[in-house]
Design a protein around this ligand. Structure first.
Ligand SMILES: O=C(O)CCC(=O)C(=O)O
Length: 267
């Protein structure tokens, strides 16, 4: 791996990078359909609901039950499962982490107009626990978001703090609360450069390091801001999650009583 060149160099330098045009329009159309279908299934739920591995994470926002995200819908939806380990996505992830991968996260983030969903500035290392399951979290895990819709300032694009991963440690308190929780971490956030807007077009992929500080504000536009987030770890450095690829080839999604899941959950 050459850490210096192109988007891979930017990933290591800034702690995140956007790779444009990874998925063509027809594939994003298919992914968008999958998002619509899962949203329809989650409609009307008043609390977090699990069906097999698939989970509709419903939380109160301004007193209203709101689908904050759907987790592991790929376990119950064939096309979402295909995108999870699609060659277009995996070719990027494998260039950073190598050919043998485990998958830790599989999340659909909707951010529908007016739903109030936001994410405080946080680092994903908060959730990658226990420490003993991640032997090289800095170099051996990344999170990848496929843009289904344009991500804009108005619809609450991700915001990421350049260089914030470099200390390779947890810097912030809290986790997945809303934007209003940033006050708690103001002192730490002021130490860093301002966050950069992670603007994306449909089909772009944004990759970030587990120590990179990031979050997002509510959608203040009339259009949804959907991203499909999948997180992968190098198999030899990680015990958690499910196998995703072996020797560069995707393997079918399988889990069971022996699967080890992270002990801290995004909420
Ligand atoms: O969907 C978003 O805007 C935030 C996602 C995020 O911060 C995460 O998954 O860690």
């Amino acid at each position: 791996m050459n850490r210096a060149d192109g988007w891979i160099g930017e990933y290591w330098e800034k702690g995140f990078t956007r790779v444009p045009g990874v998925f063509p329009a027809n594939e994003i159309e298919e992914l968008s359909k999958g998002f619509d279908e899962v949203l329809a299934l989650g409609k009307g739920l008043t609390k977090t609901t699990k069906s097999g591995l698939t989970e509709y994470r419903v939380v109160p926002i301004d007193g209203k039950p709101t689908l904050k995200f759907a987790k592991w819908a790929s376990a119950s939806h064939e096309s979402l499962d295909r995108f999870r380990t699609s060659p277009r996505l995996m070719s990027l992830v494998m260039q950073v982490l190598g050919p043998d991968l485990r998958q830790i996260t599989n999340q659909m983030h909707y951010k529908n107009p007016g739903d109030g969903v936001s994410f405080q500035m946080h680092q994903d290392c908060t959730f990658r626990k226990p420490d003993s399951s991640y032997r090289d979290l800095y170099g051996g895990f990344l999170q990848a978001a496929i843009a289904v819709d344009p991500s804009t300032v108005e619809n609450g694009c991700l915001q990421l703090v350049p260089g914030s991963h470099k200390e390779g440690k947890a810097l912030l308190s809290g986790g997945y609360e809303g934007w209003e929780a940033n006050g708690e971490n103001q002192r730490v956030l002021e130490r860093f450069a301002p966050a950069v807007d992670g603007l994306m077009d449909p089909g772009d992929v944004l990759l970030w390091n587990p120590y990179t500080i990031h979050g997002s504000q509510p959608n203040r536009s009339a259009k949804s801001r959907r991203v499909y987030i999948n997180g992968f770890a190098r198999t030899r450095d990680c015990d958690n999650g499910v196998l995703a690829t072996v020797g560069g080839k995707p393997v079918p999604l399988a889990w069971g009583p022996g699967t080890l899941w992270d002990i801290v959950e995004e909420r």
